[in-house]
Ligand binder design. Structure first.
Ligand code: C2E
Ligand code: MG
Ligand code: MG
Ligand code: MG
Length: 284
């Protein structure tokens, strides 16, 4: 029986799975090397006030260009970093980079802008997050209200009680808090009330067909209504067209982010972008 079982197990490792495991290990090794060599980078994507198109801040998005693999999408490497635990040092690097950027901006009179940083479930459940954030705030002299921490709905719901506690502690520090990719995960609406969050990010999957798909339109409409009824702000992700902007503005979404307003770009370019956008742009 043992032999048969062994065989059965062996068959489980199909060629396709070997290839996946191989790629996984390769990416993991290259990520460690990149981290050691300081080869990761972040791009910034503008977040705008919906009414005026005025830039109010940016989301920090990790970027990886590997000397051998070329550019690798976050959608491909973040899950592997999460699985392997590498997301902890990597996420820490992102937080430090964001704090350093905020310090630069403060010294250059750009301290009206806020930076949003993505946190992974691992960082959130790790226990080291609060003390590390305290350390970074002190090191860079940053007002925590200028940093927003994003946690996905799925990560938040993994351990709702831990999430609730940690969000309260982060809020007590003065950080802004957002639920990312709202509507894509399993979540209990009751938790929205219990979580100390400032705003909801509507996933771009609902925004894409907002003008043609009545279900998506209804979901976005209801989410905005729910958020406002709970005293939360709303930002819509993935806004690519003037028509989507117009729709969201008519529904009183507060803010937006998407290619229409700006692609993710290197920090230096973002500075120029903000300067150039000092005048309001004509909307829909
Ligand atoms: P996210 O946090 O939901 O970030 C928004 C994603 O939507 C970004 O993809 C951004 O480039 C993309 N996007 C923004 N506007 C548009 C648009 O108008 N159209 C379309 N089609 N896409 C748009 P990106 O940079 O590839 O990141 C993917 C995901 O990887 C992020 O989703 C986030 O979950 C994760 N990620 C990125 N950086 C970090 C990080 O530093 N830490 C962690 N834990 N996760 C990160
Ligand atoms: Mg995000
Ligand atoms: Mg998102
Ligand atoms: Mg996403």
């Amino acid at each position: 029986a043992a032999k048969r079982e062994g065989r059965g197990n062996f068959q489980f490792f199909s060629p396709a799975m070997n290839a996946a495991t191989h790629e996984h290990l390769l990416l993991e090794n290259r990520m460690w090397a990149t981290l050691e060599n300081g080869g990761f980078d972040v791009h910034l994507q503008a977040q705008v006030e919906l009414e005026t198109g005025r830039v109010i801040g940016a989301e920090v998005l990790l970027r990886w260009h590997d000397s051998e693999l070329g550019s690798v999408e976050p959608g491909r490497f973040i899950p592997i970093a999460e699985e392997s635990g590498l997301i902890l040092p990597l996420g820490d690097w992102v937080l430090a980079r964001a704090m350093a950027l905020l310090a630069e901006w403060r010294d250059d009179g750009m301290d009206h802008l806020r930076l949003a940083v993505n946190l992974s479930a691992r960082q959130f459940s790790g226990g080291a997050l609060l003390s590390r954030l305290d350390e970074l705030l002190a090191e860079h002299g940053i007002d925590p209200a200028r940093m927003e921490l994003e946690i996905t709905e799925t990560a938040a719901m993994r351990d709702p009680e831990n999430t609730r506690r940690l969000l309260l502690q982060l809020r007590a520090r003065g950080f802004k808090l957002a639920i990312d990719d709202f509507g894509t995960g399993y979540s209990s609406l009751a938790y929205l009330k219990l979580f100390a969050i400032d705003r909801i990010k509507i996933d771009r999957g609902f925004v894409r067909d907002i003008e043609t798909n009545p279900n998506d339109a209804a979901i976005v409409d209801a989410t905005i209504g729910l958020a406002h009824a709970l005293g939360l702000g709303v930002i819509a992700e993935g806004v690519e067209t003037l028509a989507q902007w117009g729709f969201l503005r008519d529904r009183n979404s507060d803010e937006a982010q998407g290619y229409l307003f700006g692609r993710p770009m290197p920090a230096r370019e973002f500075r120029e972008f903000v300067r150039a956008r000092a005048q309001p742009v004509p909307g829909p």
